[in-house]
Design a protein around this ligand. Structure first.
Ligand code: ADP
Ligand code: ZN
Length: 727
């Protein structure tokens, strides 16, 4: 008899342990089984097994009752031993149940859960095939035509006229066959590798010849970073190793994927807008060893590759690498390091505007720093103009959003039959409060981040530390200006543009558009084909395709992202502006206009000058002042309850409790603060933010906290390790 340790499908911390189930047969580890748990039929996942001779004494020794596995679901392991060990490390680092990590490693139809069992796996397509020996007798001309086509080879049923197929079937001329559908295929683009230039070659050689683990490739846009990826991939493939490439958003990396496809034969692509069946196909093919290179978005980090030589993370500063909408809240950059820890294999982080974290590590030689300063082609950077929205000369009587200078430039560009991109960065509903005279954004006195206006309570709130004050009407700095609440989005800008330029064709690209499958790609393609004159959108317009006809880029209000209630607001703004400006004038000189109420803001000027290093030095000082990352680490504890008092009270109790346990000279606990969206799915939320240096100082307390909370019914705790946003 075999005793199996099985974890169950429920993602609950109190059930986050193995349960014993018996069976006579030998089942593979890391496969799914049907079991009965608490009188319910559910799915379990085998994580260990042992031979048991005397069941009775085994039970007594473990203090358990005998339960048997009902049946086995998978004939072979779903994941490797190595991936299982990785899952355990992720679970403990992010304080989440192991089963939650296993869930995120697998395509939907393979997840160990009851509901996944009915999901699509392999999908079939029906073909029509001519029966051997069948003749043209009794066929009409049209039927004969179709039959002739079929005699050359099977044809997809859906490509033929249904009535003719029915007739041919009735006459016994053809039969139907089901073939496994190969759902994923990509267009190829001819691409010939260039000979690396001196700078590229130096970076490549340094990567190959040194023995560091993590490299930061900091190269301005157009410096040929992709070319280096291709060469490095070639090198690792020739060594018999696999390569994984992560990109922020597949539709925005279309060109890169195409280049990989034409240089290498077999490239697997994994991303979230694939259907369940498609994901299953790609996952299975990777597991079978069909691909040596896999390109994908965040969760592709879990692709079943166990012989990785190289992980490339493109646009490494991108927020999308951190999962923040469902458990586990992992960061694929962190997971990449876990995968290759104590193993051969290297990581290449790459960006024109690296995250502060990565740049700081490169500075301390934790990461090996590689730099590309020159653009491969002489792309001329656009002239950047900052338009002061407080200056009445710039005021456009017909629009409060589009200033006179921006309007004039749009007009001129359209007259030249060239294209315009307008960036409207409205993430979330963030609206801030600023002064109409001096432009000051009202900030938290403790954290120096923008306060958020709450209509419900008519107050201003800091989402970082919980500071609250009553809404004020006069600027506290200049004492002259009235305070304005800000907040508008892409749609409103679209309306204004339509009014100002009634004959122009406009496309919009934001999260509403991107939700539809292929939405981003088709919008970008239309714009590229000059089916529209103006593209209005969120940060999605700042990257991706090169648009040769774009000669004007407008940032409608740079202040929006500066006022995001996050300690990363400056960092996000800098990279956003820098990248957006880079969209204008790739082949000839273009122009960029940044509209702002903060014409002297340092971040805007660093971006205008495309000066990453000065930005870095400035921002590091800000972070140091407030002991924010990279000078500290953060963990967020989010309490939610249907009762607001309960959420508040619990957060306070936990805080007070932690204060007696952790070393207060090394750990700071901020909060409890309300969240930007205070009431979410009928739950009130409060947040504690822990700033710490050494994980040992807090780890055991958080572990026991998580365990104790899973037993409480009316309050939920969500732990977010290394949160990237704080609202
Ligand atoms: P990045 O990813 O750094 O923004 P790309 O890799 O897209 O830059 O390179 C920009 C352009 O330069 C591409 O069209 C690419 O084909 C071309 N390119 C890259 N390396 C070379 C090279 N060594 N010689 C000539 N052209 C190159
Ligand atoms: Zn604050």
């Amino acid at each position: 008899m075999k005793a199996y340790s099985v974890i169950i499908e429920h993602i609950v911390s109190s059930l986050n342990r193995p349960f014993f189930y018996f069976h006579e047969d030998d089942f593979p580890l890391y496969s799914r089984v049907n079991i009965t748990f608490n009188n319910q039929d559910i799915v379990g996942f085998i994580i260990d097994k042992e031979e048991v001779d005397d069941i009775e004494s085994f039970q007594n020794q473990k203090g358990i009752k005998i339960s048997y596995i009902n049946s086995l679901i998978d004939q072979e392991p779903l994941i490797s031993e190595e991936k299982f060990c990785l899952a355990k490390r992720i679970a403990s680092y992010y304080f989440v149940p192991l089963i939650a990590v296993i869930f995120s490693m697998l395509p939907p139809s393979l997840k160990p859960s009851k509901t996944a069992l009915s999901k699509a796996k392999i999908s079939y397509e029906t073909y029509v095939e001519a029966l051997p020996g069948a003749t043209y007798d009794d066929l009409t001309t049209r039927q004969a035509e179709v039959f002739y086509k079929l005699s050359q080879g099977p044809v997809l049923k859906k490509d033929l006229t249904r009535s003719i197929v029915t007739k041919l079937l009735a006459l016994n001329k053809v039969r139907l066959v089901n073939k496994e559908k190969n759902r994923f295929h990509l267009e190829k683009e001819e691409y010939v590798l260039h000979k690396l230039n001196e700078e590229q070659q130096k970076a490549y050689d340094e990567f190959i010849s040194t023995s560091d683990k993590v490299y930061l490739l900091q190269g301005v846009t157009g410096s040929g970073k992709t070319e280096i990826y291709l060469y490095l991939s070639q090198y690792y493939l020739s060594k018999g190793k696999q390569v994984l490439v992560l990109v922020p958003e597949i539709a925005l990396s279309y060109q890169m994927v195409a280049r990989f496809h034409s240089v290498f034969n077999k490239v697997g692509v994994l991303h979230s807008s694939l259907s369940d069946g498609e994901r299953y196909d790609v996952y299975r093919d990777i597991k079978k060893g069909k691909y040596d290179i896999v390109i994908g978005t965040r969760s592709a980090i879990f692709a079943p590759l166990d012989n990785l030589g190289l992980i490339i993370i493109d646009e490494e500063h991108s927020q999308t690498y951190k999962q923040e909408d469902s458990l586990p809240y992992y960061d694929s950059r962190k997971v990449a390091q876990m995968i290759l820890e104590n193993k051969e294999g290297k990581i290449l982080l790459s960006s024109a505007t690296p995250s502060l974290d990565s740049r700081a590590r490169a500075l301390k030689n934790i990461y090996h720093h590689l730099i590309l300063k020159k653009r491969v082609k002489d792309i001329i950077l656009p002239k950047v103009e900052i338009v002061d929205l407080l200056d009445y000369h710039n005021i456009n009587k017909e629009s409060i959003i589009i200033s006179l200078p921006l309007r004039k430039e749009i007009e001129a560009t359209l007259n030249n039959n060239e294209q315009v991109i307008l960036l409207v960065n409205r993430r979330g509903f963030a609206s801030s409060v600023s002064c109409s005279k001096c432009g000051e954004i009202i900030k938290c006195p403790d954290c120096q981040i923008a306060l958020t206006y709450h209509q419900e309570t008519n107050s201003l709130m800091c989402h970082h530390c919980g500071y609250v004050q009553e809404m004020i009407s006069v600027c506290p700095v200049c004492h002259r200006g009235k305070l304005y609440k800000r907040g508008f989005g892409t749609e409103r800008v679209q309306n204004e543009i339509k009014k100002l330029f009634p004959s122009s064709k406009i496309l919009r690209l934001d999260s509403d558009v991107s939700k539809s499958k292929g939405g981003i790609e088709s919008t970008l393609n239309k714009f590229k084909n000059h089916e529209a004159d103006i593209l209005i959108g969120t940060q999605l317009v700042s990257k991706g395709h090169d648009f040769p006809l774009v000669s004007l880029v407008g940032v409608v209000l740079a202040d929006i992202s500066l006022s995001l209630p996050s300690f990363k607001a400056n960092e996000m703004t800098f990279s956003l502006l820098t990248q957006t400006i880079g969209r204008a004038g790739r082949d000839k000189e273009g122009k960029a206009i940044i509209q702002t109420y903060l014409k002297d803001n340092k971040i805007i000027h660093f971006a205008k000058d495309q000066d990453y290093e000065s930005f870095f030095i400035y921002e590091m000082k800000q972070r140091h002042l407030l002991n924010n990352p990279p000078y500290s680490n953060l963990i967020s504890l989010l309490f939610s309850s249907s009762s607001e008092e309960k959420a508040e009270e619990t957060a306070n109790r936990v805080k007070n409790d932690l204060l007696t346990k952790v070393p207060l000279d090394r750990v700071t606990i901020l909060g409890p603060s309300k969240l930007f969206i205070n009431k979410f799915l009928n739950n009130y939320r409060r947040r504690l933010l822990i700033q710490y240096k050494d994980r040992k100082d807090i780890e055991p307390y958080i572990e026991s906290l998580v365990r104790s909370f899973s037993l409480i019914r009316d309050i939920k705790l969500i732990v977010d390790v290394d949160p990237t946003s704080d609202y």
